[in-house]
Design a protein around this ligand. Sequence first.
Ligand code: KE4
Length: 430
Amino acid sequence: MDIIKSERLFEKAKKLIPGGVNSPVRAFKSVGGTPVFMEKGNGSKLTDVDGNEYIDYIGSWGPHLFGHNPAFIKNALLNQIEKGVSFGAPTEIEIKMAEIITELVPSVEMVRMVNSGTEATMSAVRTARGFTGKEKFIKFEGCYHGHADYFLIKAGSGALTLGVPTSPGVTKGNASDTLLADYNNIESVIKLIEANKGEIAAIIVEPVAGNMGVIKAEEEFLKELRSLCNKEEIVLIFDEVMSGFRVARGGAQELFGVQPDLTTFGKIIGGGLPVGAFGGKKEIMEKVSPSGDVYQAGTLSGNPLAMAAGYAALNEIKNNPDVYNKLEEKASFLEKGFRENLKNIGKNFALNRVGSMMALFFTEEKVTDFKSTVKSDTAIYGKYFHEMLQRGIYLAPAQFEAMFVSTAHTREDLEKTIEAQAEVFEYVLG
Ligand code: KE4
């Protein structure tokens, strides 16, 4: 496959942009080689600048539940562009967004729009601290909540993939209020609560972890987190930036039947444009300025153009609840094909799937937390990734990420992916 233009562009990009990319994971550092520069996306396909076409399982890292450029999002954008893209004043569509989010996610009584998942999680933790008057918070090893300083303490995703468990530039002062627990291990949470009695404002968790590969929280674990937070007056925050509107219409909280106090959103709610949100109990959210004294702001928060795309996506979800059955059928077909392939090469690699989020780990141990996920053989993953790319299958360029199936993936796409994987397994593992 010829990627000469991508190679040239990457050399040029590296002179002007750190690492040649605007987000680390795109640089292919953990799998090696040159990142392919994309020219266009349509449905389940991406086409790179050299004209190579791929079946895309990144979907812009989650936003494209309906594939690239569905007509209903494109038309909503064109319509809004005619009226103007940004006013810095309140608009009706922001109310419509708040209405549809609060309707689809019952635990959310009030919501504030922001511009990224990082802004959402950062603001949610600050709000929890302002509401409780307490300063510490618990996160889980391997979970990634964006790049606010106090999250980059053994974060998952980029930081984990780049093998940098903590980031230079994060001050000791900042890190000192972040407590680390083990995912799916309630004992590790109880220990931290006992050791920091009355000082913990919040616990933030990905109810479906998508940044150390895909790992579903155990239902019991989430239920116990919920009761601990009730008892200790700790704000429970579900980071649903990735799982929100992805694993179910009401997100992971609907799947598990556990309601958090605050939820953070991103990705799908922007329909591919930069949107994040945080919301939850009215009594907590009213603390957010200007109704309350927890300061939070953003020049382009609730931007009408981004709202138009996000609202079109959520409206499509609201009017087509069978979207999730369709996604389940496609993703389970793909999983079945992958398991067949694994059986045929006699490997019992871990394969975790939650709805249309899936991850294959090159370890034969079950993957249930950070310690088990890092046992994956990232060198084999790198070979697997490139061989699949050569065959026109575009997976996450890092072991500790998720792959996403969209409604745009056809049966033919899925069959082609399964066949390609069978060939690659022979070639890489045979
Ligand atoms: P952003 O600031 O990147 O919009 O969102 C941060 C974030 C917060 N919470 C969760 C659960 C997330 O998955 C993310 C971002 N996800 C990564 C994918 N592993 C974004 C990809 C990237 O960093 O380029």
